[in-house]
Each structure stands twice: as structure tokens, then as C-alpha cells.
Design a protein around this ligand. Structure first.
Ligand SMILES: [Zn+2]
Length: 259
């Protein structure tokens, strides 16, 4: 199993990060891909990846909500660009997480779009996949993404919350796969209907630790070791074995991230 989206560099793990990473290894998580948020947490992310080379692999990018209320967002973007120009040993595995989030406010759509488009262009020029965050912004997401159709984009629609039609539109834009996370374990999960209609070649697994905790730990801190619960729940919906789904989704991660 590969956790394609985990923020275990977050302060929520400051007291027991090594122990929690040990649990992930014991649970069979062979690699953890770490999406950047902004310069406030870059050092913590890079330090965790340095301490766990080849196991924790960093992305680089600016989260859409970090654009909101931030007069310095263009400077943040310049920091992302300078990291990309001088990557750590092993490099960055993706541009992420980037995208559009209109949940908190619609006032920053223009700025979020500008930051997102600049980072799509970086992904294309560095030939890196994208980890894309979309919250309450599907129409706006397609307005941007579809400008780049046929430009060789690939990546993950993290915490996919769209419809079957959104899935098809996203596939028409590039080699995008859907991130399946903790919500797949919930009784009323939309994944129960959606997942069987999706080509297994187009899904990857993610925790989004420390958020979006799967059952039976819902309400508590999420961590990468809980990926097993996500794998098991998704396999049950697809009426396949966890081992088979692990093999397929791990292969998808290797294809999209070039690992
Ligand atoms: Zn995230």
C-alpha cells in the first residue's frame, strides 16, 4: 500500500511522529506521499522526509486556502518555485496540494485560480503529476483544467467528491486518478455507488492524515497506518480482495507518480 496523501508532518504528530510512522510500516504502508501546504509547514515536511528517505516523499505546492486572506500569496508562490528549482535529494514526487476551495469564501477565486494555473504550468514544465484539491468548486475546476486538455497533465483528484460525470470529464483532461480516502468506510458513503462504476485503473488510496479519519476511528486523529481500513472498505464495495485491490492501486500510483 502507498498512502498518496498524508500530512504526518503536521503538528498533530509532534509528540509521537516516529511511533506513528512505525505503525504505518507495520501496517504494510510501503511509502507515504506528503502534500505541501505553504511555507509555514515546508520545513516540518522536508525534515520528516529527510529523516525517512525513500519512505516519506515530499510534494511541493501551495494549498488553495493558503491563498485566502494572504496579501503575500504571490511571494508564497515564488517560494514554491524556488524549492522546485533546487529540490532535496530524491526530488519532489508531485506538485501539490493545489486547486480550488470555495468552501470558506468565494472572494479569492481570482487569486486561487491564478495560483492554481501557475502551478499547473509548473507541473507541465517539470513533468510532475498534480495532487489536486477541489472543494465546492467543481464548475470552476473544470473551467481551469479544461484549458490544459492535451498538455500531458496527470495526477490525483484528492478526496474526490464529484459525480460520475465529473470523473469522465477529468479523464478527458489527462491521466487523472481519483483519491479514495476515509469516507469510503462510512455507512452513507457516496463511494458505495460510485466506486463500482469507476475503472480500477483510475483509483489510488489516501488517508489525508491527520484529517478525514476512517471508521472505526472516526472523530480521532487520522494516521497513515489506517490506510488498511480504507483498502478493506474499498475492496468490499468492489467485491474483490484487499490484496488484489492493493496490487492494482499500488500499480496506479507507480504509473501516475513515476515511482
Ligand atoms: Zn491534504
Amino acid at each position: 500500500m502507498i498512502d498518496t496523501h498524508s500530512h504526518m508532518f503536521d503538528g498533530a504528530f509532534d509528540a509521537d511522529r516516529d511511533e506513528a510512522l512505525g505503525h504505518a510500516r507495520e501496517a504494510g504502508v510501503e511509502r507515504i506521499l506528503c502534500p505541501a501546504i505553504d511555507s509555514e509547514s515546508h520545513d516540518a515536511m522536508l525534515a520528516m522526509c529527510r529523516a525517512n528517505p525513500g519512505y516519506c516523499v515530499p510534494m511541493m505546492g501551495m494549498h488553495p486556502t493558503s491563498v485566502n486572506d494572504n496579501l503575500d500569496w504571490e511571494r508564497e508562490l515564488a517560494i514554491v518555485e524556488s524549492h522546485l528549482a533546487s529540490p532535496p535529494p530524491g526530488g519532489f514526487c508531485a506538485i501539490g496540494e493545489v486547486g480550488l476551495d470555495l468552501h470558506w469564501s468565494r472572494d479569492f477565486l481570482a487569486e486561487q485560480t491564478a495560483a492554481f494555473e501557475r502551478q499547473i504550468e509548473l507541473a507541465i514544465s517539470y513533468d510532475l503529476p498534480l495532487a489536486i484539491h477541489t472543494r465546492e468548486a467543481w464548475a470552476e475546476m473544470f473551467t481551469t483544467l479544461e484549458k490544459y486538455t492535451g498538455r500531458g497533465m496527470r495526477g490525483v483528484m484528492h478526496a474526490f467528491s464529484g459525480t460520475l460525470n465529473d470523473y469522465r470529464r477529468v479523464r478527458a483532461v489527462g491521466d487523472f486518478v481519483l483519491g479514495v480516502g476515509g469516507s469510503v468506510t462510512y455507512k452513507k458513503s457516496r463511494w458505495r455507488e460510485l466506486l463500482p462504476a469507476i475503472d480500477p485503473a483510475h483509483i489510488v488510496l489516501e488517508t489525508d492524515a491527520p484529517w478525514l479519519t476512517p471508521e472505526p476511528f472516526r472523530g480521532r486523529r487520522n494516521e497513515s497506518s489506517y490506510l488498511t481500513h480504507i483498502l478493506t472498505a474499498a475492496a468490499a464495495i468492489l467485491d474483490t480482495s484487499p490484496a488484489d485491490l492493493d496490487r492494482i492501486t499500488t500499480g496506479n500510483v507507480r504509473r501516475v507518480f513515476g515511482l
